[in-house]
Design a protein around this ligand. Structure first.
Ligand code: NAD
Length: 424
C-alpha cells in the first residue's frame, strides 16, 4: 500500500502525469520485477532552494530553484540544469525521471536527476546570471558531487554556466572537482564532441529508423521545432545527409521553405535574431501552421508537451524523432501509433548528450582525454546497440518503441533495485 505524493497534482498531459502513464504502460512486460515498480513513481529526493541575489540596481531578487534525484539504483544521479521562468517542481521531477529511464536505456552506470531555476536568464545581466548560478550551486551543493549527482547543461544553460558551477562547488569543497558537472569548456575538463552530441544522437537514431522504414534521407523533408543546441545540430547533420529542412520553429516564430532552408545562413542568424530573422530565406507563417507543413520527418526539439493530440492528427510525418524531452503527450502517442507514424522516443533519441557527458566524466576521473573521432565512434556504437536492442524488444512484444525502451530500461533499474535490496 503506497500513499499518493502530496506535493504534485499531475494531470493526464502534465510532465509528471505523462511520465506516470508511460510507466503504467510497461508494467505488463516487467514480470516479477513489477513488484518494485512503485519505486519509479516517486523521486528518491527533491530539494527546493531559495536563490537570493543582489541585482545590478541594488535591489534583492529571489528565485526558486530545484534539484531532484529521481533514482540512484544504478549509479550517481545525472541530469541537466534548466533556467526558465516556467520551470516547476513537477516538471523537474518528470525530467529527472526521464533521465533515470534514459541512462538505463543506453546502459550508462547512472541514475537520473534534474535541476532548474524559475528565472528568465534573458532578463539578467551577465553578472546577475553568474550570481544566480553560483548561489544555486552552493544551495544544491549539499546533494551534488562527482560520485553522487552530476549536473549538465539543459535549456538556457551552457558551458560557461557549467564552469561557474564547477568553480563554486570546488571552492566550497577546497580543490578542483572537474567531475562534478559535465558540459564544461574544453580546457576545464570538457570533452570534445559534447556540444554536438545530442543532435548527433538524434541524427544517428533517426538515420537508422529512416533506413528501417525505407525513407531515403536524400530529399527527405524535415520539420524541426526548437533550433537551439539539439534542433540546429540535428538539422545540420540531416541536411549534410541530403535532407531538406522545410520548416523551423523557435520561440520567435516559424519559417517555411518547401525547397529547403539554407542552414549555413539560418543558423548564425537564428543565434542573434531567432529564426524569423531569416525572412529573406523563407516564408514566416503562423506558429500553428508548423504542424501541418508537409514533411516526412518531424523533430520536436524545444520543450515538453508540444506534440498534442490535435497536432498529431495534422502531421504528415511518417517518423517523429524526439529531440526534446517529453514533447509528445500520451494521447498524441496513441494517435501517432494508430496512424502508423513511428516515434523514436526521447529516452533513446536524445541520449547522445548524456552519453558523451558520461565520456567526459570518465575522462575527468582518468585525466586522460580522447580525440573527437574516438568520442564519435563510441557514441555511435552505444546509440546503435541501444536502438537495436530496443527495436528487437518492440518486435518481440509488438509494442511501440517507447514502451520497448521503458521495458528494457525499467528491467535494468528494477533488477538493480532488487539486487541491492531495501535498506534497512
Ligand atoms: P536550447 O536552449 O539550446 O534551445 C531551445 C530551443 O527551443 C530554442 O531554439 C528556443 O527558441 C526554442 N523554444 C523555446 N520555447 C519554444 C516554444 N514555445 N516554441 C517553439 N520553440 C521554442 O535547448 P536545447 O539544449 O536545444 O534543448 C532542447 C530540448 O532538448 C529540451 O527539451 C531539452 O531538455 C532537450 N535535451 C537537451 C539536451 C542537450 O544536450 N542540450 C540533451 C537531451 C535533451
Amino acid at each position: 500500500m503506497s500513499e499518493q505524493l502530496s506535493f504534485v497534482s499531475p494531470t493526464a498531459n502534465s510532465p509528471w502525469g505523462t511520465y506516470l502513464s508511460q510507466v503504467d504502460r510497461v508494467v505488463p512486460y516487467l514480470g516479477p520485477l513489477a513488484r518494485w515498480v512503485e519505486t519509479l513513481k516517486r523521486p528518491k529526493r527533491a530539494l527546493i532552494v531559495d536563490v537570493p541575489i543582489e541585482m545590478d540596481d541594488g535591489s534583492i531578487a529571489h528565485f526558486e530553484g530545484y534539484r531532484v534525484q529521481h533514482n540512484m539504483s544504478r549509479g550517481p544521479g545525472k541530469g541537466g540544469i534548466r533556467f526558465h521562468p516556467d520551470v516547476t517542481l513537477e516538471e523537474v521531477m518528470a525530467l529527472s525521471a526521464w533521465m533515470t529511464i534514459k541512462t538505463a536505456a543506453v546502459n550508462l552506470p547512472y541514475g537520473g536527476a534534474k535541476g532548474g531555476i524559475r528565472v528568465d536568464p534573458k532578463k539578467l545581466s551577465p553578472q546577475e546570471l553568474e550570481k544566480v548560478t553560483r548561489r544555486y550551486t552552493s544551495e544544491i551543493g549539499i546533494i551534488i558531487g562527482p560520485h553522487t549527482d552530476i549536473p549538465a547543461p539543459d535549456v538556457n544553460t551552457n558551458a560557461q554556466i557549467m564552469a561557474w558551477m564547477m568553480d563554486t562547488y570546488s571552492m566550497n569543497v577546497g580543490g578542483t572537482a572537474t567531475g562534478v558537472v559535465t558540459g564544461k569548456p574544453l580546457h576545464l575538463g570538457g570533452s570534445l564532441g559534447r556540444v554536438k552530441a545530442t543532435g548527433r544522437g538524434v541524427f544517428v537514431t533517426g538515420r537508422e529508423a529512416a533506413r528501417r522504414l525505407g525513407i531515403n534521407l536524400r530529399g527527405a523533408r524535415i520539420a524541426v521545432q526548437g533550433f537551439g543546441n539539439v534542433g540546429s545540430v540535428a538539422a545540420e547533420l540531416f541536411a549534410e545527409a541530403g535532407a531538406k529542412i522545410v520548416a523551423v520553429q523557435d520561440h520567435t516564430g516559424t519559417i517555411v521553405n518547401t525547397n529547403g532552408l539554407d542552414l549555413a545562413k539560418l543558423v548564425p542568424i537564428s543565434r542573434t535574431d531567432g529564426v524569423v530573422g531569416f525572412k529573406a530565406g523563407g516564408d514566416i507563417v503562423p506558429n500553428e501552421d508548423f504542424w501541418n507543413t508537409p514533411c516526412d520527418i518531424l523533430i520536436p526539439a524545444a520543450l515538453e508537451g508540444q506534440l498534442t493530440a490535435e497536432r498529431a492528427q495534422k502531421t504528415t510525418a511518417k517518423l517523429v524523432l524526439e529531440g526534446a524531452n517529453g514533447p509528445t503527450v500520451p494521447q498524441a502517442d496513441d494517435i501517432l501509433a494508430e496512424r502508423g507514424v513511428l516515434v523514436v522516443p526521447d529516452v533513446i533519441c536524445n541520449a547522445g548528450g548524456v552519453t558523451v557527458s558520461y565520456f567526459e566524466w570518465v575522462q575527468d576521473f582518468s585525466s586522460f582525454f580522447w580525440d573527437e573521432d574516438e568520442i564519435n565512434v563510441r557514441l555511435d556504437r552505444i546509440m546503435m546497440n541501444a536502438l537495436n536492442q530496443i527495436w528487437d524488444t518492440a518486435d518481440k512484444h509488438k509494442i511501440t518503441l517507447r514502451t520497448a525502451t521503458y521495458a528494457v530500461a525499467c528491467e535494468r533499474i528494477l533488477m538493480a533495485r532488487q539486487e541491492r535490496g531495501l535498506y534497512p
